[in-house]
Design a protein around this ligand. Structure first.
Ligand code: LLP
Length: 424
């Protein structure tokens, strides 16, 4: 019993009934399936193993911005994953989850001084550098604390990838990466710096990238740059080819991972470098659901609203990206269907998970799941409308493990300070 399946008319995850999880932890609650995470990890690893020789297997650095619960990180580490981080907070999470510093790659366009210092002190594998000022700053900070930073430069290949314009990162107009010309100057500048060692390049063109051709177009820009850098006498021993692998939200056709891996073999492998990848969503997205309960069914003269206890503060993707997420009843799954606008309780019309969604008929108290919520779900949640963050539960082999309790309203309020002048 693994993944999500119906047993005796009730949706289960890894052998545990979602009804039992709701009874134990309340709703809304994020629920993750360990078996789906494992299957996804092994699918990606397997595709790379089929295409690349054993001594050239990529370092799979899980992009933990997708789901950064320490238990999820720890589980991925136990499966063999390394880690990509984008903040000092994520570094702390990674170290707490037991990753060796040398398994950690730091990315991001605005690395702060304290983040750079913490990464240097820890001794991370590399910084993926996004600008010349950042390079200078890393060199300066490393000099001050007597370290040498290994860096690679993030190429902006001017290739548009990504399932939505807000998650495309590889176009010239995007804030990410540096142009080919600037890569040469960056390498040149770095060779005059004592506290950085440039060892290669990275490229990440966006998220939810559906066509292998898009990756290929970006990859094809890499060899000529590598050869030119080597001709100029520079070392290029690492290539980080990013993440961006898609998952199914509705009826998308998945990327052919074997085909992807073959392009890595054909284009990247001959360059004879260490290969790094940064998968995020692919490893955790389909593993998670947001378990929620129907607060009311509200009918107006024109619409039928399914008012859930989950809201846009719990899962912002539909509001932010017009993202589609499947919605399913947990029980009475073969009841007749009807069309609902599925909404949360928050005071704005944007708090809508879907309009005109065909669902089995629901009544007050009925449970539903919002699917494919394992990536960019909990980690993008907020306290909007003073709603506590939901709990997170990781289910493994027939057992549900609470990995973060529900945040109480008192916990939200306790940090707020009322200055005296407001009290008169
Ligand atoms: N590497 C870098 C440098 C990244 O910026 C990202 C994602 C990844 C790897 C992982 O990408 P993935 O494999 O997950 O596609 N909040 C948005 C997604 C933002 C992605 C940000 N960067 C969403 O909910 O769709």
């Amino acid at each position: 019993m693994s993944g999500y399946e119906e047993i005796n008319g009730c949706l289960h995850v890894d052998g545990v009934s979602l009804k039992d999880i709701a009874a134990e932890y309340g709703t809304p609650t994020y629920v993750y399936s360990a078996s789906v995470i494992k299957d996804q990890y092994n699918a990606l690893k397997g595709a790379m193993e089929r295409a690349l020789p054993a001594d050239k297997q990529p370092k799979l650095c899980y992009a933990c911005k997708a789901n950064s619960n320490i238990a999820v990180l720890s589980y991925l580490r136990s499966l063999g994953s390394s880690l990509e981080i984008v903040s000092e907070g994520e570094l702390k999470r990674g170290l707490k989850a037991g990753f060796d510093a040398d398994q950690i790659v730091s990315t991001g366009v605005g690395k702060s001084d304290s983040e750079i210092t913490a990464c240097l002190e820890a001794g991370i594998h590399q910084f993926n550098v996004e600008s010349l000022p950042e390079l200078e700053n890393i060199n300066k900070i490393a000099g001050e604390i007597g370290k040498v930073a290994t860096v690679v430069f993030r190429l902006n290949p001017d290739v548009s990838g990504g399932g939505h314009h807000k998650i495309s990162t590889g176009r010239t107009r995007d804030k990410f990466g540096i142009s080919e010309d600037t890569i040469y100057s960056a390498y040149g500048n770095a060779s005059n710096m004592e506290h950085v060692t440039p060892l290669g390049m990275s490229v990440h063109i966006g998220s939810q990238v559906f066509t292998v051709e898009t990756f290929k177009t970006a990859f094809e820009k890499i060899p000529a740059i590598v050869h030119k850098l080597r001709d100029q006498g520079h070392d290029v021993t690492r290539l980080d080819i990013g993440g961006g692998f898609p998952i199914i939200y509705k009826d998308e056709k998945l990327l052919d991972l074997d085909n992807y891996a073959e392009w890595v073999r054909d284009i990247i492998l001959p360059l004879d470098t260490e290969i790094i990848m940064e998968p995020g969503r692919y490893l955790v997205g389909n593993a998670g659901t947001l378990l929620t309960r129907t607060t009311y069914v509200k009918e107006t003269s024109t619409r039928k609203f399914l008012v859930l206890d989950a809201a846009m503060n719990d899962l912002i993707r539909p509001t932010l990206y017009e993202a589609y997420h499947g919605i399913e009843a947990v029980e009475n799954r073969d009841a007749p269907t009807t069309k609902y606008d599925v909404v949360g309780p928050i005071c704005e019309t944007g708090d809508t998970f879907s309009t005109d969604r065909e669902l089995t008929e629901m009544k007050r108290g009925d449970l539903a799941v919002i699917q494919s919520a394992g990536a960019y779900g909990y980690c993008m949640a907020s306290n909007y409308n003073t709603r506590g963050l939901p709990p997170e539960v990781l289910v493994h082999d027939g057992q549900a493990h609470l990995i973060k309790p529900r945040q109480t309203v008192d916990e939200i309020l306790e940090k707020e300070i009322i200055p005296d002048f407001t009290k008169s």
